[in-house]
Design a protein around this ligand. Structure first.
Ligand code: PLP
Length: 382
């Protein structure tokens, strides 16, 4: 098994979560809409999970709409909202996930105008630019709570306050923030918030949109009216139960998780600085405790990643490799990082199970890989 440093991509299923799910994949197979006892048992398990997810996010259980994941939650928020009003302007953060950006861009054909709120060099939303963009009429503002690549945490409360002051609805993609830092739906002031189970040691294929009842949304799916009519279809009972269990565990472990991952991240960060020729991004911004994004000057991130993969470390390069040459990481580009450096970026995202020994072994493997790659880079440039 490789050392796993890619927890922002996905996390392993917690064995305790699996245990809560198994009965619903075996003998407790009832349809939650059925009146008989098997159905009632499934319904009651969903109700419990709804409370657990609401509890993690400081929301009301009735505000939780279970979906197939963060992508669907983002689509339901953005496309569901847009379907119920006249085309207008929508503001997105410059570093949003593709499930927000592409959902929003899909609306341009219907007459929507999608504008980006720029970030500063550290990846933080520029408050003045947001205020300027909010001077004209805006229907929806969607700014992520924490970035998947850099870990940068945005001041969602301030964003929501400004958005709502001009009558706009505020959405946040909290897929990376939930379970890693304290997130309060109520205190944040947003009316829509997306979350996903597989980022918090829950199962893949389940998430939720936390939605204020007052926000009119076109349902994601039409059918039997499940999830208060907002997302029809027989519920993914085992997945939802697993999400609930993962949410409860994440809430109980939040302080320990933050302390443990922050300590490992600090150790890794100081080791990276000691190597030299390495840029750590967003180091001056508030970040998720588990995330660090960096680049080694003159080294391609994809190549470095493959070297580390050979040494049995699983990290992420954050750049999309579709056309032979890796594209520079768009999140870093929007922060004003030069394309060459952005092409070399790597992300390490730590999790509860990681250790000091793993971090130290990673640094040793990285140093070795850089020794190997840097002369090759120098030759290629000569
Ligand atoms: N939003 C962010 C910030 C993410 O990091 C991800 C997953 O990578 C998603 C949304 C999509 O969530 P899911 O994989 O549950 O569809």
């Amino acid at each position: 098994m490789p050392v796993y440093f890619d927890h922002n991509a996905t996390t392993p299923l917690d064995p305790r979560v699996l245990e809560t799910m198994l009965p619903f994949l075996r003998e407790q197979f009832g349809n939650p809409s059925s009146i008989h006892r098997l159905g009632r048992a499934a319904r009651s398990a969903i109700d419990t999970a709804r409370e657990q997810v609401a509890d993690l996010l400081d929301a009301h259980p009735q505000e939780v709409v279970f979906t197939s994941g963060g992508t669907e939650a983002n689509n339901l928020a953005i496309r569901g909202f847009a379907a119920r009003c006249e085309p207008a302007r929508m503001l997105l953060g410059a570093t949003e996930h593709a499930s927000v950006s592409n959902a929003a861009e899909s609306l341009v054909a219907d007459g929507w105008r999608v504008e980006r709120v720029p970030v500063d060099g550290e990846g933080r939303i520029q408050g003045e630019a947001l205020a300027r963009l909010l001077a004209g009429p805006v229907a929806l503002v969607s700014i992520m709570a924490a970035n998947n690549e850099t870990g940068v945490v945005q001041d969602i409360r301030a964003v929501a306050e400004k958005a709502r002051a001009v009558g706009a609805v505020a959405h946040t993609d909290a897929v990376q923030a939930a379970g890693k830092i304290a997130v309060s739906f109520r205190a944040s002031g947003v009316q829509l918030m997306s979350v996903s189970a597989h980022k918090i040691n829950g199962p893949k294929g389940v998430g939720a949109l936390i939605a204020d009842k007052a926000v009119d949304l076109e349902p994601a799916l039409y059918g039997g009216g499940q999830e208060q009519g907002r997302r029809s279809g027989t519920e993914n009972v085992a997945g939802i139960v697993g999400f609930g269990a993962a949410a409860a565990l994440a809430k109980a472990a939040l302080a320990d998780y933050a302390a443990a991952t922050a300590q490992l991240r600090a150790r890794l960060e100081s080791s990276l600085r000691a190597i030299g020729g390495i840029e750590v991004f967003s180091a001056r911004a508030e970040r998720l405790p588990n995330t660090i994004c960096f680049a080694a000057h003159g080294v391609d991130g994809e190549t470095l990643l493959l070297q580390l993969d050979r040494a049995a470390f699983a990290a992420s390069s954050g750049s999309a490799c579709g056309s032979g040459r890796a594209e520079p990481n768009p999140v870093l580009l929007s922060m004003g990082v030069a394309a060459e450096l952005a092409r070399g970026s790597m992300r390490v995202s730590l999790g509860a199970g990681n250790t000091v020994a793993q971090v130290d072994a990673f640094v040793a493997a990285l140093v070795q890989a850089l020794h190997k790659l840097r002369p090759a880079v120098r030759r290629a440039m000569a």
